[in-house]
Ligand binder design. Structure first.
Ligand SMILES: Nc1ncnc2c1ncn2[C@@H]1O[C@H](COP(=O)(O)OP(=O)(O)OP(=O)(O)O)[C@@H](O)[C@H]1O
Length: 230
């Protein structure tokens, strides 16, 4: 499923190797469809170990911008690049470096939470003999390890959000894109998540986070970009 080079680089990050330097550059990227403006042109740069928080009213274009950076949506104007190269989620080289939680990831009714993480781990070349333990550690970091044998449809909405975060955080990445990761989380879980994201930053991950929570915004953001809409 993944190119050999992409898989090797992903495995290195999973082993705890310091993340290679990375730069995401967005230059006057905008999006319109049939005359409707989804995103007015915007520019940003984010590098390893830094976090840009996207702030703005409902409908201002934050999700659209994250989709462009994830390589899931072509901008109508301007560009978005990863180390001066293309961003295309259908390309293994992009997927190996960029992990995004934009909308709900696919989950399987017949797999438990821990099954999902072990499956993701095997996709990215994790060692089979330690997969269960590492998956459990990921769930424990988000304080949902007691739910490891549940199925996704047996979770509350906040627990589901934590599970979705676990799926994205568990796989290796140099760039993390998160669309309102705080949604449906209580105050304590927002603090837990903030600490995890700060650790990822310290380890060299580049983050772009759309966020409506002012506490998380000031804790995480090296730069806050106001998305003002059309
Ligand atoms: N497929 C589409 N076709 C036309 N307009 C769209 C489409 N998807 C989104 N939009 C519009 O684009 C604008 C930006 O949407 P987007 O989801 O990026 O906003 P957002 O800032 O993430 O909002 P929220 O804070 O509510 O999540 C909105 O006005 C929305 O209605």
């Amino acid at each position: 499923m993944f190119g050999r080079r992409a898989q090797a680089s992903a495995t290195a990050a999973a082993d705890g190797t310091p993340a290679a330097p990375v730069t995401i550059k967005v230059s006057k990227a905008g999006k319109d469809i049939d005359g409707s403006v989804l995103l007015a042109p915007v520019s940003l740069t984010v590098r390893s170990g830094r976090c840009v928080v996207l702030r703005g009213a409902n409908g201002s274009g934050k999700t659209t911008l994250l989709k462009i950076i994830a390589g899931a949506l072509e901008p109508s104007t301007g560009s978005a690049t990863l180390d001066d190269g293309p961003l295309d989620e259908r390309d293994a080289a992009t997927r190996a470096r960029v992990a995004a939680l934009v909308g709900s990831p696919t989950a399987y009714r017949d797999l438990t939470l821990i099954d999902h993480l072990v499956l993701i781990d095997s996709t990215w070349g994790g060692a089979i003999d330690t997969a269960d333990e590492r998956a459990d550690d990921m769930l424990a970091a988000l304080e949902i390890d007691h739910l490891s044998e549940r199925f996704p449809h047996e979770l509350s909405s906040g627990q589901q959000q934590l599970f979705h975060l676990a799926m994205v955080l568990f796989r290796p990445s140099q760039v993390l894109l998160l669309d309102e990761p705080e949604q449906r989380l209580d105050t304590h879980k927002r603090e837990v998540l903030t600490q995890i994201l700060l650790s990822r930053k310290a380890a060299g991950t580049a983050l772009v986070v759309a966020c409506h929570d002012p506490v998380m915004t000031s804790a995480l953001g090296d730069k806050v970009l106001d998305i003002t809409g059309a």
